[in-house]
Ligand binder design. Structure first.
Ligand SMILES: [Zn+2]
Length: 171
């Protein structure tokens, strides 16, 4: 399992590997959330092992995090649209889904904007081809908006098991 890195203020910052965790622990940049976990990690490091069972660590000093601008790439579009075809509601694995330009690029649609790209199943994308959705009887299930939520929100979409652990911590 991955490790959730928290700011000193307990805001989720990033997901890091166990190897990165070891570096941060060795440099004394992070603290574990309990004395027990702290002892276990120290013992593991002393034995040149990777600490086990750690889900969250906290930076000892607060870092300022600039607001991240998320790009409307395929991965982020799949997150925004919950792996759901925005025309028919089909939910499936990424391999079954495509990115559709609502107003086709060939007709002046923006190639790389949040508002003009949605996730579509292959069938709907094929049916739509180079038409506007309404021309072939398709309708967006919800408006295509930029993904502007906190970065933490994106992290938790990718790592639901860390969200559980974090929610339990801050509850
Ligand atoms: Zn569809």
């Amino acid at each position: 399992m991955s490790v959730l890195l928290l700011n000193a203020s307990m805001q989720p910052l990033n997901v890091i590997s166990r190897r990165r965790l070891c570096v941060l622990l060795t440099k004394q940049r992070v603290a574990l959330l309990s004395d027990e976990a702290e002892l276990e990690a120290a013992a593991a490091l002393a034995g040149r092992r990777l600490p086990e069972g750690i889900v969250m660590v906290r930076l000892l000093r607060t870092v300022h995090v600039p607001r991240r601008m998320l790009r409307p790439n395929r991965r982020n579009l799949l997150l925004r649209d919950d792996h759901t075809c925005q025309y028919c509601g089909f939910v499936g694995p990424a391999s079954e889904l495509t990115v559709d330009h609502v107003l086709p690029i060939s007709r002046g649609g923006a190639a790389n904007s949040w508002e003009n790209q949605v996730v579509a199943c292959k069938r709907c994308n094929w049916r739509k081809a180079s038409s506007r959705p309404e021309e072939v009887g398709l309708h967006l299930r919800r408006p295509a908006r930029p993904l502007t939520q906190e970065y933490a929100h994106i992290l938790f979409l990718r790592y639901p098991e860390l969200k559980q652990a974090y929610d339990a911590l801050v509850a």
